[in-house]
Structure formats: structure tokens, C-alpha cells
Write a protein that binds this ligand. Structure first.
Ligand code: KIV
Ligand code: ZN
Length: 497
């Protein structure tokens, strides 16, 4: 029977402390609801005494979310605890997260007290928080650089005072994985009452070891992990949620599981990145743009033969539709042929050889070869007889006008027309096209780009449509963006099988 690891998400507290990443209350509610759907067990919603905005966010998140425990951060200060308890008043399941620094640095240079005084304040804070809530988590700030013997005394005392969870943060991201694991083991073996509480990890990534340290914490007995989406957080960030979840999912021998619906990871990551204006680094594990992209010929060939040759995670498991094959000068015929097939082209071996030759010449000049380049290489964009052809497009649109479009399509030699309205000229035209083709297609993606910057420029349009479970791609370029859009849709429809 697999044991459960509790996912404590602090995207909205430690993550939100990042300069420039601040969210308003509405946005925080959106993230909190996404975290609930994702399946996190605990949401650290904020630090209520720090600002009226943080207070309001904890109140509103408590109302908007019902399944996860809502947690509010405090210092080991009575007023912080009172304000946190007030902010949590609407939460169905609530937790106060209180604590104090336990390393020599914090005791001497930040708190400027004696170790005994710090221990007393820790116990008082937990006892005071217990007056308001049953679930009290204690953090020993900078536990990573704290002396294990002293740390164990503090942890034992706060457990006696009623703490239900004890958090052992590597606040400065200093520990080596082995040291951090050893610290957790030491506490398990030397603290009376530790078996009654949950040990939590909270690792920062200053030396790039947050995930490794968290894993060593788990292996040595921690059963809660404090994480953020995309690993955002103070300085170099916190342990990333997606990495821990996918490590546990990939290494079945650990016999550990989480409540996370991994298929929602990618969308949740995008939401946080977009709302916080914080791009995800392209090579970020699990959610980076390149996490499932293959560019060398040997890897591409291997992935096309069997995905598992070069991928340990199925992209579908984290909500990404498919691995991507990036066409560069190092790509082989197999990768080019694969892309051609996706675009709806099929070639005999000698034809493919010829296109591959042209492809290599172009790839020497251009870093990445995109779908438009491929179409141009095959000569299919501007030539060839098409089963579907746009013969007429007339749109009425503008301010205070109801958008209407009439489309004339030549279908197998005969022109058919249809008129439709929509919320804009493109929507109206697409509806008219759909009425004519009489097939249930779903527009999955629609992208308009200008090739250069002038208003007289050519617009490029890419569409993806879904039909009977398969994706079809369409493309067109035109100075008239509505015409380009309709032609791109028709291009995709003409490939339906
Ligand atoms: O890094 C840290 O020590 C923290 C605590 C406040 C839990 O964020
Ligand atoms: Zn932290």
C-alpha cells in the first residue's frame, strides 16, 4: 500500500514574495481554485499581518476554497497569531504556521536573544496559536544551518506544546542532500513524540538542490513537502511542486503517492506564469518549453521509434499533448518525414530525399525550421489542385455593426455559399465555413502573426482543428488577415481524413 505525501503549496506566500510577482486578491483566488482542482492538500494563502492585501486574500481564499487546509503564516508574535486567526475565520479547515529562527545566525544576529529565550518564544507561540486552531504548524527558520541537538530540543518542546506539524526549512538553500536527509533522520530518532506529528520539508534552491534535499527529507521520513508551482519563491526559489510529484510518480519503488492530478500540472504552471508575469525557463524540468522537445537527429529517430527511448515521462501525464521534434540542421530524415506527415504530406523515398536535401541547405542558414518553411520546401503552399477553394469572402464589420460574413467555397468543382454572424469577422466567417463543410470540427488553436512590422504587412495564420480525435494543421499568409484566417481554416479542413 502506497503511503501519501502531503503537498503543502506555498505559491501564494513564499512564491508571491518574489519582486514583481504580486497578485491581487482576484488573481490569488484564481490560483487557489486551480490549486484545489490540482489536488494540493494545504494552501499557504498568505502572511496576514504583513499587509491589508494579504489579510484580505487569506479571508477571500478561505471562502472560495473548501477542500484543502488553508494555512496562514505568522512570526512567533501574539499579534501576528491573532490577525492570522481572524483572517482564517471563514476557512473550513484551517492551520496557523508559526515559528522562529533556530540557527546561530538568526539567534545572535536577527533575534538577538539567547537560545533559551528563542525556545521559550517558540513554545509560547505554539501554545497561543492552539487557543485559536487545532492544527498548528511550527517552523524552525534556518533549520538547515541549525545545530541538530538544539533543533531537536526546540522541536520536542513545540510538539509538547501542541504542534501538529513540524517544518524543518533549509531557508538559505545551504544543505547538501545528505546533510538535510541526516537532519530529518536525527529528529526522527531523537525527538520524543515525533511519531505523533508530521515532519515537513521546506527547501530553497540557492545552490540548485531544493528538489534533491526535499527528496532526501522524504526518504528519511518527512511526510509533508512545501513546494511552489514552477519552483518560484524567494531568491532562487523553492522546491517545485511538479518535480516532486513527478519524481514520486516515476519512481514506483518508493511506494509513495500524492493527491495531485498530474494531468493538470502544465495548465496550472501556465496560469501561475501568466498571472505572475514570470516566464518559465525553457529547460525547466517538467513544465519548460523544451522539457519534451528533441532536436538532435539521433534522439529524434529514437523518440519516433519509441518515445521511451529518450523520455522517462509521457508528456500527456503532465497535460502536454505530445513531445515535439524541433527541426534543425541536426535532424534526420525520420524527423522531417514525421513533420511532413503531421502537415498532411506523404512522399515516396526519392521525393523525401530531394526535400531532405533542400531542407539541409535551408537549415544551415536558419536555426529552426518551422512549418511554413516546410510547406515552402515542398512547394505545396502556392501550387497544386485543392479539393476545397475559397472563391468568395465578404464581411461586414466595424464599430456599432453586427459582424456578418458570406463565404463561397468551391467544393469538388461546385461553388456553395453560406452566410453567418459572429462576435467578429473571423468568427462569422468560420461559422459560415463550418455550415458549408457539414463536419463537426473543433478549433483547437488559432494564431495570427505579422511577418514584419508595417501595417501593409503579410499576416500569417496558423490553425489547429480537431476532427474525430485527430489534429489537423492549417496555414495561410495574406495582407488581409480575415482572408488569411479563412484560408488557413480551409487548408486544415482540406486535410481531414
Ligand atoms: O524559508 C523559510 O524558512 C520560510 C519560513 C517562513 C517557513 O519560508
Ligand atoms: Zn521559505
Amino acid at each position: 500500500m502506497e503511503e501519501k505525501i502531503i503537498i503543502f503549496d506555498t505559491t501564494l506566500r513564499d512564491g508571491e514574495q518574489v519582486p514583481g510577482c504580486q497578485l491581487n486578491t482576484i488573481e490569488k483566488i484564481e490560483v487557489a481554485q486551480a490549486l484545489e482542482t490540482l489536488g494540493v492538500d494545504v494552501i499557504e494563502a498568505g502572511f496576514p499581518i504583513s499587509s491589508p492585501g494579504d489579510f484580505a486574500s487569506v479571508v477571500e481564499i478561505s471562502k472560495a476554497v473548501s477542500e484543502p487546509v488553508i494555512c496562514a503564516l505568522t512570526r512567533a508574535v501574539k499579534q501576528d497569531i491573532e490577525v492570522a486567526a481572524d483572517a482564517l475565520k471563514f476557512a473550513k479547515r484551517k492551520r496557523i504556521h508559526t515559528g522562529i529562527g533556530t540557527s546561530p545566525y538568526h539567534i545572535e544576529h536577527k533575534i538577538r536573544a539567547t537560545p533559551e529565550e528563542v525556545l521559550r518564544r517558540a513554545v509560547d507561540a505554539v501554545k497561543y496559536a492552539k487557543k485559536f486552531v487545532d492544527d498548528v504548524e511550527f517552523y524552525a527558520e534556518d533549520a538547515g544551518r541549525s545545530d541538530n541537538v538544539y533543533l531537536a530540543r526546540v522541536i520536542e518542546a513545540v510538539i509538547k506544546a501542541g504542534a501538529t506539524v513540524v517544518n524543518i526549512p533549509d531557508t538559505t538553500g545551504y544543505c547538501l542532500p545528505e546533510q538535510y536527509g541526516e537532519k530529518i533522520r536525527y529528529l526522527r530518532e531523537n525527538v520524543k513524540g515525533i511519531e505523533k506529528v508530521i515532519i515537513s520539508t521546506h527547501c530553497h534552491n540557492d545552490l540548485g538542490m531544493a528538489t534533491a534535499n526535499t527528496m532526501m527529507g522524504i526518504i528519511n521520513g518527512a511526510r509533508q513537502v512545501e513546494v511552489t508551482l514552477n519552483g518560484i519563491g524567494e531568491r532562487a526559489g523553492n522546491t517545485s511542486l511538479e518535480e516532486i510529484v513527478m519524481i514520486l510518480k516515476s519512481h514506483k519503488s518508493l511506494n509513495l503517492t500524492t493527491n495531485i492530478n498530474s494531468k493538470l500540472i502544465y495548465n496550472s504552471s501556465r496560469l501561475v506564469s501568466t498571472l505572475m508575469n514570470m516566464p518559465v525557463q525553457p529547460n525547466k524540468a517538467i513544465v519548460g518549453r523544451n522539457a519534451f522537445a528533441h532536436s538532435s537527429g539521433i534522439h529524434q529517430d529514437g523518440v519516433l521509434k519509441n518515445r521511451e527511448n529518450y523520455e522517462i515521462i509521457d508528456p500527456v501525464d503532465v497535460g502536454i499533448k505530445e513531445s515535439s521534434i524541433i527541426l534543425t540542421a541536426r535532424s534526420g530524415r525520420a524527423a522531417l518525414n514525421h513533420r511532413l506527415e503531421i502537415l498532411g504530406f506523404q512522399y515516396k523515398k526519392d521525393e523525401l530525399d530531394e526535400i531532405y536535401h533542400k531542407f539541409l541547405q535551408l537549415a544551415d542558414k536558419k536555426k529552426n525550421i518551422d512549418d511554413d518553411d516546410i510547406r515552402i520546401l515542398t512547394g505545396q503552399v502556392f501550387t497544386g489542385e485543392k479539393p476545397l477553394k475559397l472563391e468568395l469572402l465578404q464581411v461586414t464589420c466595424g464599430k456599432s455593426t453586427f459582424p456578418v460574413a458570406t463565404v463561397g467555397l468551391r467544393i469538388n468543382g461546385e461553388v456553395h455559399t453560406s452566410t453567418a454572424s459572429g462576435n467578429g469577422p473571423i468568427d462569422a466567417s468560420f461559422t459560415a465555413v463550418k455550415q458549408l463543410i457539414k463536419k463537426t470540427i473543433v478549433l483547437e488553436e488559432f494564431l495570427i502573426q505579422a511577418i514584419t512590422k508595417g501595417s501593409d504587412d503579410l499576416g500569417k495564420v496558423h490553425v489547429q482543428v480537431e476532427y474525430e480525435g485527430r489534429i489537423y494543421y492549417g496555414f495561410s499568409a495574406n495582407t488581409d488577415i480575415v482572408t488569411a484566417s479563412v484560408e488557413a481554416l480551409i487548408d486544415a479542413i482540406s486535410k481531414l481524413k
